[in-house]
Design a protein. Structure first.
Lengths: 88, 927
């Protein structure tokens, strides 16, 4: 059982969290033309990196999204911060 | 002479005799015995049968490393399958039966299978049952496979306690090293928890004459007392069976027979691993015969249970630790014959109630042959934790390499086999210092399987993997140990290779001309011992797992005779009255269609979305245009996923310029709230949008039918209910008896309907008032079954029933926003992919059948292929006939066509029509 740090509530068991996506995915501007390939990439392509990853997670009890930095190989947690407030 | 109990040896309580049976025969044992030790004390030589060849199996060892004695055990009507006889403590009136044997382990009817061993080697099934089709053979083979049988009885009180715990230092293993480390740590002021899997801690110390100059029992008692005095905890009969992510350690605490074990999820700042070492078998021909057993195991049987496995014993060993065991056995009066396994040929054979050994032409019979091929440190948890292993040539074993964070291995688990060195190492570990591994006085002669040697030589006793099988695997290029394991099932028995893995990989190393460390080990995975699935389930069941949501009006419904059932996670009335449900439901539909029905719609979602950006936010979330809505208006719409698939449907109400209420499906509220939250915080300005789920705050009573307005009028509200003023899809707010109410003119039934919402605490008063007001008009309370029929008559969908994971709004006939909406919305681009434009998309239609009710789920077939399926099907009380909704390929363009319906091998025909059977022009809806 992994322990994740919610920036608002503190450390909690991983079962309280929900993965929301990799950080940095930008929704294409759909009021302009979006190529099918670009849309498919946005929908389905994951970087799925090995090592240091930055992901968006939701802590379900407080419903806040935050950025979780962790190592996808060792499972070590490297840090977390609110989605809108990067660390100084 | 046979196996027997020796006076003055062992820890069992001889004042407490216990009676039990095995394979139908009665035996006696003592309190403190395991089922296995009591059987050995009663001179029972055959305790089981091997998995494949049904070879007779005696006890191999005294604790969790025994692969042979597996039994279905019952007591007081409780039956537990596949119990390890060597770790199940004996209780009075137990009844044990060997698995994989009939009628008994001693006389197994399938024992003859062994005659065919020549054809049943590794890969036999893969190679033999290919032609013509594996599935022809599968049922018979499956029937032969498997071990114990599961009782059909449900043990409703068999429920594992699950707790979370924490300590500074967790010491795993209560042998000499573990006790010493736990004492040092707790006297150092640390919060210590020591776990030991036996009833009495002490590990192998009872085999010794003295520890630290003391009698072993006194020494153990002193250490336990000191640990407890210093505030440490000792958990007996508790196995640390696995280390999981972020160092979580699973502890299984077993109780008396028939009581579910407890799970402790332990987090410790440090773990001291004092799990000891296991004796490993020697590989020689016929080494699986009953009576051939582990030397350390037989010493443990004597030390803990006072059982000597025979008078005339052969010892086959290759290392210096064997002397301690031999000394103990000699003290108990055994006569020991030392056999040097290096002198070959060397093989076992079957004697009458004895085990024979042939060596260099001489044949001799022994009561038992005790073998020891060296000590293998128990480093399972070390590997779970991510610790590395080093091969030690001196000890011929894998030892813990550099220490992973948070774990120190000590004592025999660390290859420290000398008690004095181990105790010092343990004291250091207790206060947090790892010590350098000292030179060892332990001496061992390498002795590993010799490929190409003659005879059937067992590597895995339970799964019948022999040296020959490993040779076959190597020949067929399954040379990686992971492939070897899966091809031969080596180490895949219930003991997970505790006895077999080292010999197996050494054999592969010899076959490959490599060293043992070059071949390496298979991955160590939890659990270390078999654990019942119940351990993981625990209280996560029924109401604890998925609590029902309850209506504020539940008591009112009960008083009205409601048949309550679970619908989408809510306990709500399916119908009212005790009569035949079908008749009751039809009567409710007719009453609601002809006069007026009263329906509890409280579970409907009510999520407030507020703030300056609320309108634009919902305009993005919804397929439909939301930001043009006027205050007080209501709009029906869809939420899509980014893939363009319908996620939820429902109505949105604009309460005020910056305030909306999203009314999502009853079963979807939590999901929709999370969906809204995620998009609010990611992609929008969360300071300008607020989301608040008020579903539980409101109770909603729906009045529906031609007389709905009359009933509502008699409540005396100060609003004009006239259809021309208070139009369909609009909202009024007012007071009822001093309480704020919302009245929404929306409809799920297809008739004129008003949803009256009031705070939950006032729900019963409102409901009663409506019942009284409705009485003169023939008001009838209706359940969700009647509502489901009425909505289907009107062609209103239920998400997930009339839609699936591919349905897009234009498949349901809602094509407008897809073409016209210019602002961005969720899933917009996905509505214009090739897939979305496909002509053969399944579209919602109605079906008329002349041959009665169509089965829900029945397929619409054409040329042997499914073209869609029936999603909803009812006997309509309103139309006096069957109606159905279906998703059919290109259905919108096929109105009036006859289609073939297939269900469970039977076919019938139906005609495609528009998905609306009632009030097609909407006159009643808007009346």
């Amino acid at each position: 059982m992994q322990i994740f740090p919610c920036p608002f509530c503190g450390e909690r068991n991983e079962t309280e969290f929900h993965f929301a996506g990799e950080l940095g995915k930008i929704r294409p501007d759909t009021t302009a033309d979006v190529e099918a390939d670009a849309w498919a990439r946005y929908l389905y392509t994951q970087r799925n990196e090995k090592g240091h990853v930055r992901e968006v997670w939701m802590h379900i009890p407080c419903a806040e999204l935050f950025v979780l930095e962790r190592d996808s190989v060792t499972m070590d947690v490297l840090g977390s911060h609110p989605l809108r407030k990067p660390p100084k | 002479m046979s196996m027997r109990r020796i006076d003055n040896f062992g820890l069992v309580d001889r004042a407490k005799p216990l009676s039990f049976s095995f394979d139908g025969r009665r035996y006696r044992g003592f309190d403190g015995d395991t089922v296995a030790s009591a059987l050995i004390a009663s001179d029972v030589r055959i305790l089981g049968r091997s998995f494949k060849y049904h070879r007779p199996r005696g006890l191999w060892s005294a604790w969790s490393d025994d692969p042979n004695a597996i039994m279905d055990i019952s007591q007081n009507g409780r039956v537990l399958p596949n119990c390890q006889a060597s770790t199940t403590y004996l209780e009075d009136a137990m009844s044990a039966r060997a698995v994989n044997a009939w009628p008994s382990a001693a006389r197994d009817i399938k024992g003859g299978l062994d005659l065919f061993h020549r054809w049943l080697g590794a890969g036999f099934y893969y190679k033999t049952f290919m032609w013509p089709d594996w599935h022809l053979f599968e049922p018979a083979i499956r029937k032969m496979a498997g071990l114990g049988s599961v009782s059909q009885d449900v043990l409703s009180d068999y429920c594992a306690d699950q707790t979370f715990d924490h300590c500074d230092v967790l010491v795993v293993g209560g042998g000499a090293a573990g006790l010493t480390a736990a004492r040092a740590a707790s006297e150092d002021g640390q919060n210590v928890c020591l776990v030991d899997d036996q009833r009495l801690p002490g590990g192998g110390v009872y085999q010794m004459q003295s520890v630290d100059g003391q009698d072993p029992s006194d020494w153990v008692a002193d250490q336990c007392k000191a640990i407890r005095t210093a505030g440490g905890r000792i958990l007996n009969q508790t196995t640390a069976y696995g280390v999981y992510d972020h160092g979580l350690i699973g502890l299984m605490q077993t109780h008396r027979f028939g009581v579910a074990p407890g799970l402790i999820r332990m987090r410790a700042d440090r773990v001291v691993l004092a799990t000891g070492a296991l004796d490993r078998p020697i590989t020689f021909p016929e080494n699986d015969r009953p009576g051939i057993m582990s030397l350390a195991g037989s010493a443990e049987l004597l030390a803990r249970y006072g059982v000597l496995v025979g008078q005339n014993l052969a010892v086959v060993a290759n290392h210096s630790l064997a002397e301690t065991s031999i000394a103990l056995l000699t003290r108990a009066g055994a006569e020991i014959t030392r056999i040097d396994p290096k002198v070959r040929p060397f093989k076992a054979y079957k004697g009458a109630r004895a085990t024979g050994l042939k060596q260099g032409g001489h044949a001799r019979l022994f009561d038992a042959v005790l073998t020891s091929g060296g000590m293998t440190p128990v480093i399972h948890l070390w590997r779970h934790m991510g610790g590395k292993l080093d091969w030690c040539e001196t000890r011929q074993a894998f030892l813990p390499a550099e220490t992973p964070a948070k774990m120190i291995a000590i004592g025999a688990a660390n290859g420290t086999f000398e008690i004095d060195v181990a105790l010092e190492e343990a004291r250091c570990a207790g206060i947090g210092h790892a010590s350098l591994r000292a030179d060892t006085r332990y001496h061992i002669t390498a002795l590993w399987p010799e490929p190409a040697s003659k005879g059937r030589q067992w590597i895995d006793f339970q799964h019948d993997v022999t040296l020959k099988d490993i040779e076959i695997a190597a020949q067929e290029n399954y040379v990686s140990v992971e492939h070897l394991k899966r091809y031969t099932t080596l180490g895949m028995a219930s003991d997970q290779g505790k006895t077999s893995n080292m010999a197996g990989l050494a054999a592969m190393a010899a076959l490959q001309g490599q060293s043992i460390p070059e071949v390496g080990t298979t991955t160590f995975r939890p659990p270390f011992v078999p654990v019942p699935l119940e351990l993981y389930r625990g209280p996560h069941r029924e109401q604890n797992w998925h609590p029902l949501k309850r209506l504020p009006l539940e008591n009112t419904h009960r008083a009205m005779g409601a048949a309550l059932g679970e619908y989408g996670g809510w306990l709500r009335p399916g119908w009212y009255g005790d009569g035949d449900p079908k008749t009751q439901i039809a009567a409710e539909v007719r009453a609601a269609r002809t006069s007026v029905g009263l329906f509890d719609a409280s579970p409907l979602g009510k999520i407030d979305v507020m703030g300056p950006d609320a309108a634009d936010f919902l305009n993005f979330i919804y397929y439909n245009t939301i930001n043009t809505m006027t205050v007080g208006s209501i709009r029906y719409g869809f939420m899509l996923t980014e893939a363009g698939v319908i996620y939820d449907d429902g109505v949105v109400t604009r309460m005020a310029h910056n305030h909306f209420v999203v009314s999502c499906s009853s079963s979807h509220v939590d999901g929709v709230r999370m969906h809204l939250e995620a998009w609010r915080q990611d992609g929008h300005d969360p300071d300008n949008i607020y989301i608040h789920d008020t579903t539980q705050h409101w109770a909603t009573a729906t009045i529906t039918g031609p007389k709905a307005r009359h009933v509502l009028n008699s409540l005396g509200l100060d609003i004009d209910l006239d259809g021309a003023v208070f139009a369909h899809m609009s909202l009024r707010e007012t007071q009822w008896q001093g309480t704020h109410v919302r009245i929404a003119r929306v409809s799920f039934s297809g008739d004129t309907s008003f949803e009256v919402s009031i705070r939950a605490s006032r729900a019963a008063s409102l409901w009663d008032a409506l019942v009284r007001a409705g009485a003169p008009f023939g008001l009838c309370a209706i359940g969700i079954e009647a509502m489901s029929i009425m909505r289907a008559e009107k062609g209103y969908i239920i998400i997930g029933k009339d839609t699936d994971g591919e349905t897009m709004p234009h498949d349901l006939g809602f094509a407008g926003p897809r073409i016209k909406k210019t602002s961005a919305f969720l899933g917009d681009r996905s509505l214009h992919t090739d897939k979305a434009n496909d002509k053969a998309r399944r579209q919602l239609v109605g079906l008329i059948s002349e041959n009665g009710l169509l089965p829900t789920g029945a397929h619409i077939v054409h040329a042997g292929q499914s073209r869609g399926y029936v999603t909803s099907s009812y006997d309509s009380p309103t139309l006096n006939g069957p109606i159905a909704l279906a998703l059919i390929a290109n259905g919108h363009a096929r109105m009036g066509e006859a289609v073939e319906i297939w269900h469970l091998g039977e076919t019938q025909t139906a005609e495609i029509c528009a998905p609306c059977f009632f009030d097609i022009k909407g006159e009643q809806l808007h009346a």
